[in-house]
Design a protein around this ligand. Structure first.
Ligand code: FDA
Length: 306
């Protein structure tokens, strides 16, 4: 119930406008967000790299409503790719299509993302297109298939598959057939029962099944979860089937299960952390509370203690 409440609140425009301006909201968001500027993202990336952890950096924002905002977001991503090269960072970028203007002008969004994949390809980097709610699933997959097929883009663009969707097994097969890199996650949006598993046990079962398919594919994928039972199952499978540890990576979100991130690195597994930065942190932050409502209490207590 609390999950549904936080996901519901994540789309509230009035609460978002209030929270993003309030000093208390900004202080709380810092638990999961590197800061508001490119420089803060770069600083956190350097800290993580120094601990043997790769990064994917995300400029927070989604569902932009005008073309200037979309172009500005793309500019910021170009700036970030330049910073990655300048700083020699072990880092790539993740973006959301609705941040690139998908709701306003699909052609423009496609060209903005294509420009970023061009840039990433020139500097030997990679662009991950995050997966949003189900109204965007097919559009995201179509765009990624299209971009990956363009000259010079092979291996430079990938996407995300959500284990809670019934369709994911088929989507995985189609992406693998083209050699497209996948980040596998459980899924963070509210989806109707006609298209998504409702029980955690079913989502977890599908996750493990899809993860095994990815590991066997010979393509470099990301296993994105904080779920220790799933991580143990993936590790056991990799060891049993003699899958090279360097042929895939675990991924987690900034600020979540730092102990587990460190342990995986110490044990010789590849680890990448998703580092968001920017002023538009509200929907991202609310989805993190939805995943673990106890976070809200924990953050409030910490804030009162300060
Ligand atoms: P689950 O929710 O079952 O949690 C397992 C355990 O992890 C919990 O018991 C708790 O210990 C810990 N945990 C999980 N979330 C926590 C939180 N917020 N705070 C504290 N502890 C927490 N989703 C999506 O729809 N599209 C996308 O593109 C992405 N991208 C993405 C990238 C990366 C790198 C990650 C790790 C995740 C995503 N996600 C995502 C989010 C994903 O779908 C999912 O909502 C979260 O990862 C939580 O699911 P878990 O797999 O961690 O399991």
């Amino acid at each position: 119930m609390l999950r549904a409440m936080f996901i519901g609140l994540s789309t509230s425009k009035s609460l978002r406008a209030f929270a993003e301006k309030s000093p208390m909201g900004r202080a709380m968001s810092q638990r999961f967000v590197a800061g508001e500027t490119v420089a803060s993202g770069v600083r956190v990336t350097k800290e993580l790299n120094a601990r043997g952890i790769a990064v994917t950096i995300d400029n927070l924002g989604e569902n932009v409503t005008n073309l200037d905002e979309a172009k500005q977001s793309a500019c910021l991503y170009h700036q970030m790719i330049d910073e990655i090269v300048k700083g020699g960072l072990n880092c790539n970028v993740s973006l959301k299509l609705t941040h690139m203007g998908m709701d306003v002008d699909e052609m423009l969004a496609r060209e903005l993302v294509s420009g970023l994949v061009d840039h990433a390809a020139r500097v030997d980097s990679f662009v991950r297109v995050d997966m949003e709610g189900s109204p965007y699933t097919q559009k995201t997959l179509d765009l990624v298939h299209d971009l990956h097929g363009r000259p010079g883009h092979q291996g430079r663009v990938g996407t995300v598959i959500q284990a809670y969707l019934f369709r994911s097994e088929k989507d995985v097969a189609e992406l693998l057939a083209k050699g497209i890199r996948i980040r596998l996650c459980k899924g963070a949006y509210k989806e109707p029962p006609e298209i998504a598993f409702k029980d955690k046990a079913d989502v977890d079962k599908n996750y493990v099944k899809l993860a095994q398919t990815l590991l066997k594919s010979g393509i470099y994928h990301g296993i994105a979860t904080h779920d220790e039972r799933i991580i143990e199952a993936v590790k056991a499978f990799a060891i049993r089937d003699k899958i090279d540890r360097d042929s895939f990576e675990f991924q987690m979100l900034y600020g979540i299960r730092r102990d587990l991130q460190e342990k995986l690195v110490k044990d010789g597994w590849r680890m990448r952390v998703y580092v968001p930065f920017g002023t538009e942190w509200y929907p991202y932050f609310m989805r993190r509370l939805a995943e673990r409502p106890a976070n809200a209490l924990f953050l409030a207590k910490n804030l009162l203690r300060k």
